[in-house]
Design a protein around this ligand. Sequence first.
Ligand code: BGC
Length: 439
Amino acid sequence: MDRRQFTVAGLAAGLAAAGTATADAATAAARAGTAFPKGFQWGVATAAHQIEGNNVNSDFWLLEHLKGSPFAEPSGDACDSYHRYPEDIAIVARLGLSTYRYSIEWARIEPEPGLYSQAELDHYKRMADLCRHYGLRPMATFHHFTAPRWLSASGGWHDPATPDRFAAYADRITRSMGDLLDSVCTLNEPNGPVEAYGERLDKPVPGEDLLAMLAAKAAGTTQWSGFGLGDVIKTRDGMIAGHKAARAAIKANRSSLPVGLTLALTELVAGPGGEALRDHIFEEARRPFYAAVKGDDFIGVQTYTRTRLGPDGRLPNIEKTLQMHYEYWPQALEATIREAARESGCPVIVTENGIGTEDDAERIRYTDEALRGLRRCLADGIDVRGYIHWSLMDNFEWLEGYRPKFGLVSVDRKTFRRTLKPSARHLARLARSNGAILG
Ligand code: BGC
């Protein structure tokens, strides 16, 4: 494995050299019947708050700066992608991928209730335009954890007005750039809060407990959009209502625009005596979402690891523990694709899958292993339409700050210079061969 880092400029030459081998592999794979289906999407994902920088009107920015905040560090300039998005989209295009999944920041579009910023709508429209210019398929997420401060201060997803507010925001976006978008994820991982609390629905995990206290002090609310503090069942139901309202608003503008939501899915595994807890998590954190997405155009599967459960909660990791405390378990992708397809009845797009590691060779191994599982799903006739890797670049990993490295591209924290890692070139070769080079 060539582990040298290389730059965007050197990429084209590398890809050209890989071209012949790729074509041979593709022919062999087609003969063996192992190729991915024609039109299968290969992509990378990002989220606004994690890469744009200076998202000062968002609830997370406020939390990051509170005294005693459990965030390892504030997001600050992030990767300055708000200004450097042309460079980022160019990288995705040069890698030969088909899809760029990014998110639109509600706090920028609607900085005060009912006040919409035309300039910010234009900003995100330019992003979609640029994707189209390169022949990329722009997949926009309308809510990736963060929300405007004012929304969380008014109770966030616990406020009965929020689903309609979200739909009004979705309507603005669709009217402004719906014709350019290729697909929409309404909400990112709305099952996350209830899933995290699932092991003990009545007891928040310690970090979130502290956040709940801080949020209450700062804004008089115990609900915070991305974390869903406090009553997570109420948060879940508010988000489900939000998804449905937004979907209707989007479809009213452009009925042909594919809409789905994404779910945080670990492979749930019961150790001895862990069956009841596993079933409880499934019933509270997954089944209501699978019911809500019936009839959607796709379901977004987001998988990183497995969760092993005993009678009293999570069991310790067996395999290597990664940067985000996740267990190395690429097999989870196959299990969660099968679950999501079976339970939702929707076509599947893997909207996130990746690994937080300093070891880029490990990222390549993990991705290949996960993709082999995806390929087995395809072989069994499951309708999987794409694989979108998390993430394009190293970014702000929420509470953990900039330490975890999920990127195919590294970002210099001072100069913001982007440098492609070997894993970026590897995904490029996979995409260009439509999966044929996968061993
Ligand atoms: C989230 C991303 C996050 C990733 C890695 C997903 O749950 O959607 O925002 O960076 O996991 O932890």
